[in-house]
Design a protein around this ligand. Sequence first.
Ligand SMILES: Cc1cc2nc3c(=O)[nH]c(=O)nc-3n(C[C@H](O)[C@H](O)[C@H](O)COP(=O)(O)OP(=O)(O)OC[C@H]3O[C@@H](n4cnc5c(N)ncnc54)[C@H](O)[C@@H]3O)c2cc1C
Length: 478
Amino acid sequence: MFNNSIWLKGIKTKANKKVTQDLETDILIVGGGITGLTTAYFLKNKKVILIDKDKIGYGKTAFSTGKITYLQDNLLKGNKEKENLYLQSQIEAINIIKNIVIENNIKCDYESNLSFLYATNKKERKKIKKIEKILLRNNISYKVKENNNLYNSIYSIKVDDTAVINPVKYMLELKNILAKEIDIYENSIATDYEFIENRFKVKVNNNYITSKILIVATHYPFSMSLGLVPFKTHIEKSFLAAMNVDKNKKFNAISQNGNHSIRFYTKSQDDYMVYCSVSNRLSKNIDNEKLVKNLLWEIKSRFNNKVKYIWSNTDIMSSDSIPLSGRLNKNLYIATGYSTWGLTNGTISAKVISDLIIGLDNKYTSLLDPNRMSNIVNLIVNNMKIAKTYILSKTIKEYSFYKRNVNVYIENGIRYGKYIDDKNVEHIVYNKCPHMKCNLIFNFMDKTWDCPCHASRFDIDGNVISAPANYSIKVEKK
Ligand SMILES: Cc1cc2nc3c(=O)[nH]c(=O)nc-3n(C[C@H](O)[C@H](O)[C@H](O)COP(=O)(O)OP(=O)(O)OC[C@H]3O[C@@H](n4cnc5c(N)ncnc54)[C@H](O)[C@@H]3O)c2cc1C
């Protein structure tokens, strides 16, 4: 079994140059996932620098299921105007991706595909009925199936103008197109920024990039001052598996409660089903090994197919499930909070941001506005849950699932984490996330230290794997 995303298997890329000196530009895009690359695509005839802390194409987008659909689990927003606009924004994003693929002849296994939304109980069916009203208001035709034999569903609706892609191939092809037009730097991490004399001064690999415009497309903004995102969002995590099936079926599906998601993919003539399990608050997903066991058991009992790939992904959930994307102030832009639909939301965020910069009207600007007042009740509940995670991370000293080769201990008031590898070598790191000081938890599946609050991840030697942390937890050897 390959312990990584199916889209990354066999991918070998050469990194572009990295930032080693001070630079100047008009537009700096930080982050080369679907958001940063698409924004760069729309702004490619301007003076743009795009940087990524790793190699491009290895961020959260590479761990998604690669569905490009508007038939989503969270279309109900409690407000007709928002529901209509949100739905339209997703359809526009699908068209943008389709056009980019066609215009540039991008080979990313793009396939037009049916999307199902299904209910497994009466409560979910009621919600789907409400979603049907949104579709009808927007003149979208769909088909209903009572008692569909699809994954225990009692009711489902389907639309036929959606698609699936291989997200890694899409990003890497976009990178190649952009490399001819803009400056791309990889292995270049932004750690801080200042606004001085009408310019942003961004610290990158201990050098500075000065820019008139700053676009933060790092999935999770790299500084708290960028939109106070930790207080407006929470993180959810899911495990995914790709298993062998007899035949690639030309549809994708999601359960109305968002707990199961399915698509198919053909790789080197083998057909796979990509299956995604229950999405949960990150803080509930502490014992990764147990969650993986649960997923494998679920797959065995439901499908009995051989699992070839297994991986996990996290996403940032906004309190109203609408992105926080656009102008934060004057020349500063962020794009985040995609609530598990970031291929479409990253694309529409890129369009809104580039339109704002170019000076074009975009009807989704206020829908996505990162400064908007969100649902206040959700915000309060969310912050209470985050505070609980933080306090728990501080008070629980020993997790019952820790094994003998992992230890967390305090020495001279400092908290350390120790992992002893197969060759008996000790890897000691600080056990505190540099982002917001949550204590870290060891993830046996990936051999990483994970933050239960905001999803930062570090390897056993303390190097940052995933934002929002942008400083390592290495203990310098004396
Ligand atoms: C289980 C699961 C399945 C999903 N499936 C789908 C799906 O089928 N369809 C869909 O629409 N959405 C899906 N999503 C959501 C989607 O994966 C994300 O919302 C989306 O990929 C986020 O894109 P991004 O560009 O914001 O982030 P990323 O792809 O993570 O890109 C951000 C980039 O910024 C770089 N970076 C980070 N910090 C720094 C820094 N300080 N300096 C420089 N660079 C930095 C990173 O290296 C990375 O390359 C899924 C989510 C989950 C959890």
